[in-house]
Design a protein around this ligand. Structure first.
Ligand code: SAM
Length: 238
């Protein structure tokens, strides 16, 4: 991806938040440990979103090369590998990738499917990651502006053969709920701002973006569970 100061500044805040400020909360939210009512709804929504994205990849993932972009603690990567996918899972937070590696080691026996995961620490747009059939960015772009999100998609577009699946924060009434989630954390540890996106504007921008002319926006689905609201969008090769 071309040098872009707004993207890099936001990525720095995101890294600080997930790697340090809220690392323990993310580790707990994404574990099996019991959580309270509000966090339970977020966990339930995220489980539903992960299942939806997995379903959009199709029934047989054997041999499918997948980029789990912004993998966090690795839940999507592990679910895809269990179904046979060959996954590169990358996150900017070394601490979350450590958690993912530990969890993955504990579940290695479940990859009889032949699936694999190569965990990396770094930027999800890095060209060095190579080519993929599919890229999945579950809630990894929600803190970036729509303009930066488009640049990220452009960076992937030439290196992805089949599908790009990502989620965004729908402009209504998401902001309220996600900010409420942010308020669960101590003041200094609040999440970087969530960027609300209107689907119609996003589709218009995607359709008129010359660098994405080989791609078409297709399925879209919102998942709303209590304090979690996020919307998945599928881009496929035209
Ligand atoms: C809301 S979390 C979601 C994590 C994971 N996809 C999941 O659903 O459990 C967003 C993740 O995206 C990562 N992230 C954001 N920007 C990134 C970038 N430019 N490169 C790599 N990871 C990034 C963050 O560090 C964080 O772990």
């Amino acid at each position: 991806m071309q040098a872009n100061t707004s993207f890099e500044a936001r990525r720095g805040q995101i890294e600080h938040y997930f790697d340090r400020a809220a690392m323990k909360q993310w580790e707990q939210l994404t574990s099996d440990a019991p959580v309270s009512g509000i966090r339970a709804t977020v966990r339930e929504g995220r489980d539903r979103m992960r299942a939806l994205l997995l379903d959009w990849l199709g029934a047989d993932l054997h041999g499918l090369r997948v980029l789990d972009a912004g993998c966090g603690t690795g839940a999507f990567a592990m679910a895809a590998a269990k179904q046979g996918a060959d996954v590169v899972a990358i996150d900017i937070s070394p601490a979350l990738v450590d958690v993912a590696l530990r969890r993955c080691a504990a579940h290695l026996d479940t990859f009889d499917s032949g699936g694999r995961i190569d965990f990396r620490v770094g930027d999800m747009t890095s060209a060095g990651l190579g080519e993929f059939d599919v890229v999945v960015a579950m809630d990894s772009l929600i803190h970036y502006t729509p303009e930066d999100t488009l640049q990220v998609l452009q960076a992937w577009a030439g290196r992805v053969r089949r599908q790009m699946l990502f989620t965004f924060a729908p402009s209504n009434p998401l902001l309220v709920t996600m900010h409420a989630v942010g308020r669960l954390f101590p003041r200094g540890d609040r999440a970087p701002m969530i960027e609300p996106v209107a689907e119609r504007d996003l589709r218009r921008k995607l359709a008129s973006d010359g660098s994405l002319s080989g791609w078409q926006a297709q399925r879209s689905q919102r998942v709303a569970r209590g304090f979690y609201t996020s919307q998945a969008l599928e881009l496929v090769r035209a």
